[in-house]
Design a protein around this ligand. Structure first.
Ligand SMILES: NC(=O)c1ccc[n+]([C@@H]2O[C@H](COP(=O)([O-])OP(=O)(O)OC[C@H]3O[C@@H](n4cnc5c(N)ncnc54)[C@H](OP(=O)(O)O)[C@@H]3O)[C@@H](O)[C@H]2O)c1
Length: 312
């Protein structure tokens, strides 16, 4: 368990050399392009130094523009921020990996990436259509490539030095094991959904043992209500420690040794989500004892992204 009382500056060492990843990351899965620009800029101004992007989010250009303008205005160097993007499912064929990487770099306006992830372990039919489907609406998967072949192409990218670390997203322990065992370059990071309703304890323990950084997405349960933000245990701890439910959930995530991605879309929430500090041990333990189990995003099962609509 992390012991710092101010968790905001926590960073996680990566197995790829002497690099670190800021534990508090800002996610750019924001459908509206104008909000993408303002939210990214406000996150940088609030103090976020870790930004998570994806080819699939179709807004790398806007994120890149917002970051460039924000860095210049604040006099922050590129080296002082950590930027990730992800290879989409339609680009798993090895010959498509480097062009997809270059296209992302070009849209982001960057010379290098801190981290490049395989977005999901599912290969879709290669091509420009990000969501290829048959006449019945079924996803068209690509059976002509294995995840290990895609991983080898990622290793070649890492060899060339323009992405400093590589990893996987939306991966289960069962899928991660064979990659970990065969990889020449071990995954530095995995990114999966995690919060008190989906703690992924077994996967986290494996990552701790193998020196893989665990990066939690949807740490607030994607803001879905009912969900962790309204859980009675979280509400009671928030009232007791004088923090908001979001701050309690984010503190718990960092305290258990994970990095996280959150997506505040206002400046006030960006500041709120950075202002987190260590929870008392009994509060931390009480969150670990929450029994509710709920996954909010099915991408790990199909490769098709999307949070599951919830009724109130
Ligand atoms: N690898 C994958 O397949 C995958 C899948 C999903 C997400 N991700 C990544 O993870 C990032 C984070 O995921 P997420 O969007 O689910 O994160 P999240 O932070 O759990 O949820 C974001 C939602 O929480 C709300 N929120 C943010 N701060 C809040 C606060 N202080 N109090 C109350 N509500 C708050 C936001 O509302 P407002 O908009 O009103 O601020 C938004 O609706 C994404 O942007 C993306 O980069 C990856």
């Amino acid at each position: 368990m992390t012991e710092s009382s101010d968790l905001r500056m926590t960073s996680i060492p990566l197995n790829a050399g002497a690099r670190h990843m800021p534990a508090l990351g800002f996610g750019t899965l924001i459908p509206d392009l104008a909000i993408t620009i303002t939210a990214t800029r406000e996150a940088l101004e609030a103090g976020f130094r870790h930004f998570d992007c994806a080819e699939r989010y179709r807004n790398e250009r806007e994120v890149g523009d917002a970051l460039r303008a924000g860095l210049a205005a604040a006099g922050i160097a590129r080296e002082d921020i950590f930027i990730t993007t992800k290879l989409w499912n339609t680009n798993h064929r090895p010959e498509r990996v480097a062009p997809a990487f270059e296209a992302s770099l070009d849209r982001l306006g960057l010379k290098y990436l801190d981290l490049y992830l395989i977005h999901t372990p599912f290969a879709f039919q290669p091509g420009d259509e990000q969501d290829p489907r048959d006449q019945n609406g079924n996803v068209l998967y690509d059976r002509g490539v294995t995840l290990l072949e895609t991983w080898s192409a990622m290793e070649s990218l890492a060899d060339r030095g323009r992405c400093r670390a590589i990893g996987l997203s939306d991966i289960t322990l069962r899928e991660l094991l064979p990659i970990y065992e065969s990889a020449r370059i071990k995954p530095a990071v995995i990114q999966v959904e995690a919060h008190p309703y989906l703690p992924e304890t077994e996967l986290l323990e494996f990552c701790e043992e193998k020196d893989i950084a665990f990066l939690a997405f949807a740490p607030l349960g994607h803001g879905i209500r009912p969900g962790p933000l309204e859980d009675p245990v979280i509400l009671a701890i928030a009232a007791r420690v004088g923090k908001t439910p979001a701050q309690v959930l984010l503190a718990w995530a960092v305290q258990r040794g994970t990095a996280l991605l959150t997506t505040p879309t206002t400046a006030a929430r960006a500041r709120e989500n950075l202002n987190i500090s260590t929870l008392p041990e009994d509060a931390f333990d009480a969150i670990n004892r929450i029994q509710t189990r709920q996954r909010f995003n099915e991408v790990v099962k199909t490769g098709s992204p999307g949070f599951i609509p919830q009724g109130r």
